[in-house]
Design a protein around this ligand. Structure first.
Ligand code: CU
Length: 66
């Protein structure tokens, strides 16, 4: 489970965009988005840098959170 801070998410549409983009990269991905804390939890075979790349390509600003 990797945790990311993602800026630019405001609504369910954003959640859908991020979830779809990650699912396209890994069909078995599990995504949990918390809009209030701007946090995205991802369980995936993808590496953190790949996940950041996917989220960034989808139009959001992502970085690892610890
Ligand atoms: Cu939105």
């Amino acid at each position: 489970m990797d945790v990311f801070k993602v800026d630019g998410m405001t609504c369910g549409g954003c959640v859908g965009s991020i979830t779809r983009a990650l699912t396209a990269a890994d069909e078995d991905v599990k995504v949990e988005v918390d809009l209030n804390s701007k946090t995205v939890k991802v369980e995936s075979k993808l590496k953190p840098l790949e996940i950041i790349d996917v989220i960034t390509t989808a139009g959001f600003d992502a970085r690892t959170a610890h």
